[in-house]
Design a protein around this ligand. Structure first.
Ligand SMILES: *[C@@H]1O[C@H](CO)[C@@H](O)[C@H](O)[C@H]1NC(C)=O
Ligand SMILES: *[C@@H]1O[C@H](CO)[C@@H](O)[C@H](O)[C@H]1NC(C)=O
Ligand SMILES: *[C@@H]1O[C@H](CO)[C@@H](O)[C@H](O)[C@H]1NC(C)=O
Ligand SMILES: *[C@@H]1O[C@H](CO)[C@@H](O)[C@H](O)[C@H]1NC(C)=O
Ligand SMILES: *[C@@H]1O[C@H](CO)[C@@H](O)[C@H](O)[C@H]1NC(C)=O
Ligand SMILES: *[C@@H]1O[C@H](CO)[C@@H](O)[C@H](O)[C@H]1NC(C)=O
Ligand SMILES: CC(=O)N[C@H]1CO[C@H](CO)[C@@H](O)[C@@H]1O
Length: 831
């Protein structure tokens, strides 16, 4: 039975109903919400950062965001890509912020612009350009004239750029909100009084720019009026105290969809159900803007990531690193947004009230009797036990820790724990075409000696001061004279080289031979390297390749961080320990191949390459040419056979890799590295790898990536008065208990279902999509046949979940309610 109510039609399409008009719109706010041209609005927002997504992918990502039910895209502004040298600006290509915002408008979506200009964001130096560090007397992010001068100058530049293109909503553009500073509360205490006056200055400066749209400061309890304070975190519905004035709306600028990863981390997870609970809770407590951080993380190309952060960014977001829909997260949140949209009138114009129901269930109701709207959020906060409760004369069932949404105060259209949308699993395929006849060549990087060094100094110098972020690398070179008498009598015993390093990584060479490596971690950057080295009578060269893996992006006093070598000694000589800390050191920024850009098609001609046989050499460049993989699925490299380094495709860096740094699970934090298809041509693509430690390039595999394995797990209804909803032909309708639910499957990219891998009707299988194990009480052979009838050869299919369809067989003997679990495989022409 289909329920309809004239006040609240429950039949609607999923396509966004939000339209951003071209006329100027006044954006104001009060304690309930933002108000655009006198109209209240709810924002379902997702973070997408323009430098982390190739330009060619922007339209696809926005489209998938919109179909996921978002009406807003949020981005930070990344100062150091826009002003790499003081006064030299870059707003081209991937850094074309105006184009990014205009495209958001073309999609009829709103934009939130977080200018910062300090942004943290797991981005190199938190977005601050290196040159800022060399401004005399500067202290970042406090009441310091030089910092305030440059911060204001850049903020003004960005605001002017947006104004010139009429991109603020007040001018008819999509930007409805801007941010100044970023999570300042976390460091404010370190600056004492100056921190407080700085926040006031920043608020006044921003407001003075007259953008016509409100400003927000996230994680800033005392954001000065009229700037709005907002929450970042995982559960802002419950942990955030709320706006600091009754006339400010409740905003969640960062609701983490998972966690970013640093090298050494195990995988991160945040279940769709948990995320949906937190968001439903937030809107049930008068939330007005929720932003998923990230909705699509993308990739930290080149040297753009902050210290130790992997190139893959928020792969667990609703759109994964490759831009593929990660289900059920993407689909479950789409269903949540659809449900919330049905409540919009009641949420924005209703009077809120809270009612305690039986069994610990809490009702949050928004009702307006004049306009006859009523929406309710019923919350079972018990994390272990399901609950039932009566609300307005009807009984409802709630899974543990779940919220049911009733847009008419009668019909449950969504429960945060009840995932109706499909699941999928990601797989990688070795591309036949791309891996055919790969021929690898190599070139050994030169290991310098002190005599050639341009910068000599008594002690090893601080690393960041030397590289100035032009390269990760700094060579530290010195030499020592030893006699036969200095060296241990037994030739199989070597003296031990000990190096204290402020971070992040160091590869050690002696007389041009690789000795070993040491590294710190994201939490403890400094480390001590200690290893026996084969030294000989006569002159010995010690060559230390120090490096950062991205500049740090968090904490107070970012301008005075340290990296690199600071103390060196050789122990175990017959004369005792030799302290080399003041031995005279050469310093050389970068490695030669980098300076000659031998990773570009032109640069590669500058050195002579020879055939690469096997691998194992430290500090070696490798290159090959490959054809674009068949089909149009995303592309990645499997670099498991390598150690640490950097990769370029057709001269473009796809980022730093570090597979040698294993997580506690014994596996690399990241093995696959995204190569955007838009970087590729049909054939002859130049692939260059700089390997620092000694891997085997011949085992590198070029992969295609898909989410063509899709699944659905749908449970029969619990009892007659439990209601649910389902999707048919792209529309959602609410159903009551006597209408049976359906499992809905849809292949990505118009592919068709070519195989039913798994199907059971009975108890819920264990494992996840892609790796199910049947429960002990299921009828699988019958179920598979039924599903094949409904789905084979189709792009989408709907399978009724009931005894009638699946009756007979073993499932009948199982007590209680039953579930259908299905896994199918989709394929396209090229698969
Ligand atoms: C946007 O997504 C819809 C639904 O997946 C699709 O039909 C449409 O072709 C897409 N449009 C663009 C411009 O990608
Ligand atoms: C830096 O600060 C010192 C001490 O306050 C001052 O004497 C000097 O003039 C300042 N330098 C510049 C370039 O502002
Ligand atoms: C739910 O439980 C959590 C943790 O015990 C608590 O912080 C929160 O306030 C509770 N919420 C409700 C609605 O009872
Ligand atoms: C880095 O260089 C600056 C001058 O640009 C100097 O004041 C500072 O002491 C140096 N830091 C270290 C740790 O050497
Ligand atoms: C990458 O290669 C390693 C080693 O050959 C293998 O164990 C792993 O499964 C591969 N990963 C992918 C995604 O192909
Ligand atoms: C099936 O497994 C469930 C636990 O998942 C157990 O409670 C039940 O007794 C088992 N039934 C049979 C018939 O083995
Ligand atoms: C402010 C906040 O909520 N921080 C939390 C974010 O999530 C991580 C990972 O679960 C927690 O460790 C933080 O405490």
């Amino acid at each position: 039975m289909l329920i309809r109510s004239p006040a609240l039609p429950l039949l609607f399409t999923l396509v966004s109903v939000f339209v951003v008009s071209a006329v100027s719109e006044e954006v104001t706010y009060d304690g309930r919400s933002f108000i655009i041209n006198g109209k209240r609005e709810l924002f379902f927002s997702g973070s997408v950062h323009y430098p982390r997504v190739p330009v060619g992918m922007w339209p696809e990502i926005f489209n998938k965001s919109k179909h996921g039910g978002l009406n807003t895209i949020e981005t930070y502004v990344f100062w150091n890509v826009h002003e790499p040298k003081q006064g030299k600006y870059n707003f081209e290509g991937n850094y074309d912020l105006v184009k990014f915002i205009k495209l958001i408008k073309e999609m009829d979506m709103y934009a939130v612009l977080r200018i910062g200009p300090f942004v943290q964001a797991e981005w190199n130096y938190g977005g601050l350009p290196y040159w800022l560090r060399e401004v005399p007397n500067i202290t970042f992010r406090t009441d310091n004239e030089p910092y305030k001068y440059h911060m204001q100058k850049f903020t003004e530049l960005i605001v002017k750029k947006m104004k010139d293109e009429k991109l603020f909503a007040s001018q008819g553009g999509p930007i409805v909100l801007s941010q100044i500073e970023n999570e300042y509360n976390t460091i404010q205490l370190a600056y004492r009084e100056a921190g407080i006056s700085y926040v006031h200055w920043a608020a006044k400066m921003a407001v003075g720019l007259n953008t016509g749209v409100p400003w927000v400061m996230c994680k800033q309890k005392e954001a000065p009026d009229p700037v709005i304070n907002s929450c970042n975190g995982r559960n802002c519905g419950d942990t955030f105290i709320g706006p600091n004035k009754p006339n400010k709306p409740f905003i969640w600028t960062e609701n983490w969809t998972a966690q970013y990863r640093v090298f050494g981390d195990p995988p991160s997870q945040r279940a769709a159900e948990d995320l949906a609970f937190a968001v439903a809770r937030f809107f049930s407590k008068k939330g007005t803007l929720n932003n998923y951080y990230m909705y699509h993380g993308g990739t930290n190309y080149g040297r753009t990531s902050a210290d130790f952060v992997t190139t893959r960014y928020y792969d667990e977001a609703p759109l994964d690193e490759y831009g593929l829909q990660k289900d059920p997260k993407w689909g479950h949140l789409r269903d949540l947004h659809a449900a919330l949209r049905l409540c919009k009138k009641a949420l924005l114009w209703g009077t809120p009230s809270v009612q305690k129901l039986e069994n610990g269930v809490e009702a949050r109701i928004f009702e307006n009797s004049e306009s006859k709207v009523c929406a309710a959020f019923l919350c079972n906060n018990n994390t272990r036990e399901p609950a039932t409760a009566k609300f307005r004369g009807k009984e409802y069932y709630f899974p543990p820790r779940s919220i049911s949404i009733l847009p008419d105060c009668k019909t449950v259209v969504f429960n945060t724990q009840n995932v109706v949308s499909q699941h999928n699993s990601r797989s990688y395929k070795i591309s036949k075409r791309a891996n055919k006849n790969l021929e690898w060549e190599m070139y050994h990087e030169k290991i310098p000696i002190i005599d050639e060094s341009p910068v000599k100094y008594k002690n090893p110098l601080e690393l960041m001061n030397q590289t100035k972020d032009r390269s990760d690398y700094l060579w530290y070179t010195t030499k020592i004279q030893l006699t036969r008498d200095d060296l241990p009598f037994r030739r199989d015993i070597h003296p031990v080289l000990q190096v204290s390093n402020f971070g992040h990584v160091m590869h050690t060479f002696a007389n041009g031979e690789y000795v070993g490596s040491g590294h710190g971690s994201h939490i403890e950057k400094s480390f001590t390297f200690q290893k026996p080295v084969p030294l000989k009578p006569g002159t010995n060269h010690i060559q230390l390749l120090g490096m950062t893996v991205g500049f740090p992006d968090s904490g107070a006093y970012l301008n005075i961080r340290l990296a690199g070598v600071h103390r060196v000694a050789v122990q175990g000589l017959n004369t005792g320990t030799l302290d080399l800390s003041a031995n005279g050191w050469g310093h050389q920024v970068g490695v030669d191949g980098e300076k000659n850009e031998i990773f570009t098609p032109e640069g590669t001609e500058k050195v002579s390459w020879k055939e690469a046989k096997g691998g194992g050499h430290a500090l070696t460049w490798y290159k090959t040419y490959f054809d674009a993989p068949e089909g149009d699925n995303p592309v990645a490299l499997n670099l498991t056979s390598m150690g640490k380094g950097m990769v370029w495709v057709n001269g473009k860096s796809i980022g730093r890799y570090w597979v040698d740094y294993k997580s506690p699970l014994g596996k690399p934090t990241q093995s696959e590295y995204h190569v955007p298809r838009v970087f590729l041509k049909p054939s002859g693509n130049l692939l260059v790898v700089l390997e620092e430690m000694g891997g085997n390039p011949e085992e590198i595999k070029i992969l295609t990536v898909n989410r063509d394995t899709i699944c659905s797990i749908i449970t029969e209804h619990h009892s007659a008065n439990v209601q649910s909803w389902q999707r048919e032909n792209g529309k959602i309708r609410a159903v009551v208990g006597d209408t049976n639910p359906k499992a809905h499957l849809k292949c990505p990219n118009h592919k068709v279902i070519v195989n039913v891998d798994f199907a059971t009707f009975g108890n819920v299988p264990t494992g996840a999509c892609g790796a199910f194990t049947p429960g002990n009480c299921t009828s699988s052979s019958e179920a598979k046949k039924v599903v094949e009838q409904y789905c084979l050869g189709k792009t989408t299919c709907d399978i009724p979940v009931d005894q009638k369809t699946f009756g007979g067989g073993k499932g009948d003997e199982c007590p209680g309610i039953k579930s259908l679990a299905v896994q199918v495989h989709c394929a396209g022409k090229d698969d």
